[in-house]
Design a protein around this ligand. Sequence first.
Ligand code: DGY
Length: 329
Amino acid sequence: MNILVTGNLPAAVLSLLQQEHTVEFHAENRPMERSRLMEMVGDKEGLLCMITDRIDDDLLRHAPRLQAIANMAVGYDNIDVEAASRKGIPVSNTPGVLTDATADLAFALILAVARRLVEGDHMTREGGFRFWAPMYFLGHEVSRKTLGIIGLGRIGKAVARRARGFDMKVFYHTRTKLSPEQEKELGATYCDMDILLSRADFVSLHVPLTPDTHHLVGARELAMMRTSAYLINTSRGPVVDEKALLAALEKGTIAGAGLDVYEQEPDLTPGFKNLDNVVLLPHIGSATVETRTRMALKAVENLLAGLRGDRPPDCLNWENVHAGAAGKA
Ligand code: DGY
């Protein structure tokens, strides 16, 4: 079968596809142009795509032979899964393998923004470090503070576990409350989102992007946060209303933010780059050699299963694919 891979995977992982199929891949270290993707997907049975590819109804119309789509990411807001289901195409993602890398990065942002690491690095490089003084370059402590986690899936839980090492008090808000035993084991207490926002010293977002979570944190929510609190976003940019966040950072409604994702990625809302109280990263939550290799492997396994007609291990729409097919028959 013919497969299109829209990113450059490690050679050893790519060869697993090449052993069984004819593979065309995008070898550059940047996203594939939409027009090129449209052109190349036309004769393919398999598609291994990235979060930077928009897989919508229009693209699917250009891909009449497609039999399986594997997204190399846990988030899949770039794919119209319903449209794929209507066409009988299984779609998969890569859960589990990027949990620790993303949770580590959320914690790195917490520490970076509270202890002013990036600001300090810039100043030191520029020759600004001239003396030690008792009240010089003070940040805020992370240990024993209160962490509010919004979205307690795998990554949110991994962040909660890291917080224990800092003796933090952890509150969480999520759709499905944990059992008392699970809460005890994790050391986290459920609370209403507004209460969480008003209590936390750090608010860390770990929800998927859906119509319900679009602008989940906007002007109202930011106004509920403490003026000493920090917002951390390693989920998806549009979960936060960036204009409202910029205004809150400029006015000092909150103390700072650590961002790995943006509303109009890769574009920044003008204004962020002039602020010292925000740490800005280029969507690198899962960007370690180990994690990206595991993600690539998982995407390959999912795609190979889908092309064999088997249920991909991380299939998002298997029941709907089959319901669609039954409807058509
Ligand atoms: C994901 O997997 O959804 C990440 O955002 C990409 O690293």
